[in-house]
Design a protein around this ligand. Sequence first.
Ligand SMILES: Nc1nc2c(c(=O)[nH]1)N[C@H]1C(S)=C(S)[C@@H](COP(=O)(O)O)O[C@H]1N2
Ligand SMILES: [Mo]
Length: 332
Amino acid sequence: MNDSKRIKESEITDENTYLNRRNFIRAGLLAGTTVASGLGYRLLNPPPPRPVETADIKGVTKSGNASLTDEPNSLEEIANYNNYYEFSTSKTGVAGAAENFKTRPWTVSVDGLVRKPRVFGIEDILKIDQEERIYRFRCVEGWSMVIPWVGFPIKRIFDIVEPLGNAKYVAFQTFYGGSNPRGEGVDLPEGANGMQSSLFAGIPFPYVEGLRLDEALHPLAILATGIYGKVLPNQNGAPIRLVVPWKYGFKSIKSVVRITLTSEQPPTTWSKAAPNEYGFYSNVNPEVDHPRWSQATERRIGELSRRDTLMFNGYGEEVAGLYKGMDLKREY
Ligand SMILES: Nc1nc2c(c(=O)[nH]1)N[C@H]1C(S)=C(S)[C@@H](COP(=O)(O)O)O[C@H]1N2
Ligand SMILES: [Mo]
């Protein structure tokens, strides 16, 4: 990409948006002064980007995403501008806060309405064929990136556990644990993973998300284990995270430990926190504004001018059929 179009991430537009995004939730939880001044300090003094040191993943099949002409963001951008509230609510602070997150041993329990429930060791999951998928990624806050993920369709897991006929939804859960000086004594189990308490983050943990089963079975919905052919950095949701490219970024839940098939629509973290602002579907839709800001345009990280946001983030041809007959303004 033309260098003159790329800018530094120290600009604070998105930080302001995201502060607004959760301020009203925090207001009820904390008296703002000390926390607010800490955030103010971090906004004015963002830490320098951290180098990304992760191992190569062997045997990745190259992408079939030939139609995607957008230039991918750099690994440095992708790994230094994050939303991962368990570690930090500062996008530039997540990488450092997640540095000592332990992702081994790691298991993913797949249970609920399946014929063969199973607890997978991460080593077994990594034996599934890994492919590169270059996807657009659009956060509900109005920024976007292009990310070359490594991963595999979630359907591969369902082929192993065999969903029962009455399974209609899939619930996902993030690991939650560890200890942190700021979180100690609040609601954290023992451990040393560097996560903070719900009280500091302003949203309930463990982080949970959900999809309809037919959405989860869609070939574009993947479980990602890497970026740029390398093992997923902690801050991006190591060792395994969901990626649903036609939905807002918060649906793409990180560091998954449990996948449960259900007959009822499962609760999701952001819709629990603010149901009038974040719905279950959360499909990228330029025509349905967030109650407090427009979704018509977005800022691609690294670019100066805003781009038009695309319906279903540009994946309408593939996924619009999933929502036939639905009122997407009502089912946001
Ligand atoms: N467990 C968990 N998953 C999460 C989040 C989070 O705070 N906790 N943030 C979400 C949001 S809002 C976004 S935009 C993406 C960011 O992913 P990235 O940091 O890899 O770009 O992760 C999503 N998944
Ligand atoms: Mo997001």
